[in-house]
Ligand binder design. Structure first.
Ligand SMILES: [Fe+2]
Ligand SMILES: [Fe+2]
Length: 281
């Protein structure tokens, strides 16, 4: 629905952040899940119109983590919807987050966590907060929190300098509360990550553990490797190959270095995400 890159010669609007609408056809019905909501709603609503899809009848919203570029559009998207919509997230979505580089700034949900929590409720959102993996419907699961012990070794160090207020004190934040989303398809798992701050490989491995499905059909989202070391990028590419991931669709905070390394390794199985992109699986 939206992405940092609008696409070459595209009619769609780009915006910092990511938002993906998933239409999942299972045996009983088609479920419509909105994963993340960009920085603000207007470009998402414009792109929805251009794609001829409606956000009036979404069944669920899943929010990967609390950063503004994933939460900013939520309230105004819920206002467009015609029903009460479960909003699935980690309980730490209401933490107070800061970045300090190049200057101190708030990076959590706008305008502040408490106002956001209530505005979502007033707009018809029903908070469903869980640290643990959650089955949304047959074949659709959140990964739950990626705990330190569940991380692959090269992803133990986070690639973002983020901070949170913990007991009133500014404390480094490794964003381990970010959750991924996984769908079991006939061809294997489809895994979505927002910024993938806990590490995209650790998120995919958690999705495999939660669903019991080893084959990974596609990984979609931002991988936050924008300031990652060459080694970290190499390890990530190697791990994707070892996992036998068939296709990767990435952009947002993945960064040119990681994107070009993935492109070199995967050829046409790598696709750069852009606003308005339609993926059929
Ligand atoms: Fe992000
Ligand atoms: Fe983020």
């Amino acid at each position: 629905m939206v992405e940092d890159y609008s696409g070459y010669g595209s009619k769609f609007l780009g915006q910092h952040g990511i938002s993906v609408l998933i239409e999942a056809l299972n045996s009983e019905k088609t479920y419509r899940v909105l994963f993340d909501t960009g920085t603000s709603a207007p470009p998402i609503l414009t792109n929805a119109e251009l794609l001829n899809v409606s956000l009036r009848n979404i069944d669920y919203v899943v929010i990967s983590h609390n950063h503004y570029d994933h939460t900013g559009g939520l309230v105004n998207i819920l206002k467009v919807a015609e029903r009460t919509i479960p909003v699935i997230a980690h309980p730490e979505i209401f933490k107070v987050s800061f970045a300090i580089d190049p200057s101190l700034r708030y990076i959590g949900p706008p305008p502040n966590p408490e106002t956001f929590r209530n505005a979502v409720k007033n707009a018809g959102g029903l908070w469903i907060l869980s640290r643990d993996p959650l089955k949304i419907f047959d074949g659709a699961y959140t990964t739950g929190e990626i705990r330190e012990e569940g991380k692959v070794s090269f992803e133990k160090k986070v690639t973002i300098k983020a901070y949170k207020i913990l007991d009133g004190v500014l404390t480094p934040d490794n964003v381990n509360d970010e959750i991924g989303l996984a769908f079991v398809t006939a061809e294997g798992l489809v895994v979505l990550g927002g910024c993938s701050h806990p590490g995209i490989i650790s998120i995919v491995k958690k999705a495999i553990k939660v669903t019991g499905v080893n084959k990974v059909r596609a990984v979609i989202g931002g991988f936050h490797l924008i300031n990652a070391s060459e080694e970290r990028i190499e390890e990530t590419v190697k791990a994707f190959k070892e996992l036998g991931v068939k296709e990767i669709y990435t952009g947002h905070c993945t960064g040119l270095d990681a994107e070009s390394a993935l492109k070199r390794a995967l050829g046409h199985r790598f696709r750069k995400l852009h606003a308005g992109m339609v993926i059929n699986i």
